[in-house]
Structures are given as C-alpha cells and as structure tokens.
Design a protein around this ligand. Sequence first.
Ligand SMILES: [Zn+2]
Length: 272
Amino acid sequence: MQRVSSNVYVETGFRGCNPGFVTTKEGVVMIDSPQNPSDVMKFKEQMKGKGEIRYLINTEPHVDHVAGNFFFPVTVIAHDGFKEALSSLTTDGIKEWVRTGDPDGVSLMEGYFLRKPSITFSERLFLYSGEHTFEVIHLPGHTASEAAVYIPEERVVFTGDNIFHKVQTFLHEAYPEDWLQSLKRIEELDVDVIVPGHGEVCDKSYIKEQASFIEEWMDAVREAIKQGLTKEEAQERISFLDRYPMDIGIEALGSEVQRWNVARLYDLLTAK
Ligand SMILES: [Zn+2]
C-alpha cells in the first residue's frame, strides 16, 4: 500500500487492478476493489482506522475491478454501461478465477454474489464527501464504459485501464480512436499523480507513450490487413510481447492477450 498524496492510498502489488481509497472528513471513498479475496483481507487490514467506507466507484466492468465489490457492502457507483457489460460475468466464472489465482481465497466466498452499481451515470458524476470532490468522467477507450475518477483537491486521477503503465495493454474490447481522445482529456486534468489501472503509479509524462503504443498496435494490424493477411495469419505474426511484461499474476496469458488484441483491432478495422 502506497500513500500517493495527503489522503489517497493505492495498492499496486496485487493480481488484478490497482485498487485505492481516499480518506475524507466524512468517511472513505474506494476506487475499484481487489480481485483476490485474500487480497481483500489484506486491503481491509490497511484500511483499519481510516474511517467508515461510504462509496465504491468502479472505473470499468472487468472482473479484476469488480469481483471484490462483494466484500464491501456500500453504495457502488459506475457508468451506465455496466448493466450490459456485467451481464457476461457469472458467479461461477468469478469463482473459477479465484480457484486458479487465489486457492486460499475460495473459503472466503461463502454467499458470494457480484455486487453491482446502484448509482450509474452517463457522462459525468460529481460526488462530494467532506472537503473532497470526486469527478467521475466517462472516458471510453479500453472499454465502452471506462471512467476516470478525478480528485482535484489531491491532484490525483484514477484512470482505470485507459492507462497500463509499463505493462501489457489489453485491447480486447477497445475503442482505440475514443481511447486516444480520452488520453487527451486525461492530459488536460490538473494532476500530479496518475493511478493507472495496472502498473506502478505514474504521472502525465507517460500518457504519450501509452497513446503511441495504441497507435503502433493499430498500425501493425492495419498493415497486416493491407498485405491481405487473414485474421488468423495476423494473429500468428503480430506480437508486442517483447515490449512490456504482463501485469502481476497473469504472466501466462501473454500470448493469448496478443491474439485477442489482434482479433479486436482486425474486426474494427475491417468493419469500416
Ligand atoms: Zn480492464
């Protein structure tokens, strides 16, 4: 657990997303939840004495950001698109992730259900707690319902998976053009600290690198299409696995992620 500003705490060492929380005069606001039940317990230990948890904001609907919501019986806030996006996540599927990634955590899952948002928003939501503002901004890209949580008083933004800091970028559900626009909007925020969805905490100087990596991915797949390669052939040939490591705990998924990324971009680029 790392303290990145006066009242903002982040954990970048777990498998899954980087969950964090903000202490305010009226309690604690969480951003995303740890994926592994065992990590939830460690996270809760770190939160002790920091105040009562009041809200949990999810930055995106992928399993590694929402699976741990169950353990936090508070109001969950996320983008409108969650309703549809979460429909593909099943309790059995989540339990399977836990069985493989956190066998010790299985026993903690009694009565498990996927805790979904009870408040959703379309473009922007403001949440005020104590003296803190949480500006939750819809920034599609990595997924259609991606959101950033901007906390101006702390000069911090949680970007969700629109930023993978020096770890492999997942494009399997991406809208790359929107993503590039969203990165520009993150660039405009008045912040010192970026909490990425994955990888170590960084700052705005990394945004350019993230954008050009997405562009490079698009160029590679566009080139393959131009050469007349089928999707399967493109999947055989294109890999950026040498560029960054995979995030913690998912190292074995590396080649598969390359194939998903190629497939997604191939479909998007040939649909045009
Ligand atoms: Zn994701």
